[in-house]
Ligand binder design. Structure first.
Ligand code: DX5
Ligand code: ZN
Length: 221
């Protein structure tokens, strides 16, 4: 599965707020709403103060879904684990610029592994940090909350960095936002130049996930 080419607005439901005992079913429901990708939040309890899933869970989910697995590695030493995530079935792998010593090399490694590559900036990280390597990526992820937990409040100042990131990467690289995205904040980030919207709580905290996805879509028209 390949990351859709830039130029369309895509919603990437984050399973962080889904029922972890029923992940395959939860992903099937959002797939039925027509999304092309699902956002998998990987946390190591070191880079962020929370622990979630790793390659074994991704490998099991792979058998149940043909959506693009947008894997967001909130881990220290991402280069050490890149191959394991690729083998597990991650299609797109995003690592944090704050966690990588050699981001350019890691982007190359991800491409050699057959994955698309993403780099992520925390709210306090300036856009200059990705100036050199952003254009080498397939997608740049701008955090609009501090990473680690779902259902946090959208940070408007962090979101404004999307404008500068879009200027750096041009039209052919996706710009993704993650944190506090719902029907009200989605139009703000789309106006700034984002085209890929991660949403966890706004979808999985609702009984009707499909209506929740459509509500976010409506806001972006
Ligand atoms: C936060 C994660 C997000 C999270 C977003 O550290 O990276 O992907 O699931 O959740 P919401 O949409 O609830 O802010
Ligand atoms: Zn995420």
């Amino acid at each position: 599965m390949r990351l859709p080419k830039a130029g369309t607005i895509e919603i990437a439901p984050s399973i962080l707020s889904a029922d972890f005992a029923r992940l395959a079913d939860e992903i099937a429901v959002v797939a039925s709403a027509g999304v092309k990708m699902v956002h998998l939040d990987v946390m190591d309890g070191h880079f962020v103060p929370n622990i979630t899933i790793g390659p074994p869970v991704i490998a099991k989910l792979r058998k149940h879904s043909d959506l693009v697995f947008d894997s967001h590695l909130m881990i220290s030493e991402p280069g050490k684990y890149a191959e394991r995530f690729a083998e597990a079935g991650a299609d797109h792998i995003t690592f944090h610029i704050e966690a990588a010593d050699e981001p350019r090399e890691l982007i190359e490694t991800l491409h050699e592994l057959g994955c698309t590559a993403g780099i992520c900036l925390n709210p306090e990280t300036p856009v200059e940090a990705i100036e050199a390597v952003g254009p080498l990526c397939d997608m740049v992820l701008v955090m609009t909350v501090h990473p680690g937990f779902g259902a946090q409040k959208f940070l408007p100042e962090a979101a404004k960095k999307v404008i500068a990131v879009r200027e750096i990467v041009g039209p052919d690289v996706r710009v993704e936002v993650d944190g506090g995205i719902d029907a009200e904040t989605a139009p703000i980030v789309v106006a700034y130049g984002a085209d890929t919207l991660v949403a966890g709580n706004a979808i999985f905290a609702k009984t009707d996930r499909i209506a929740a996805i459509n509500a976010i879509r409506q806001g972006c028209r």
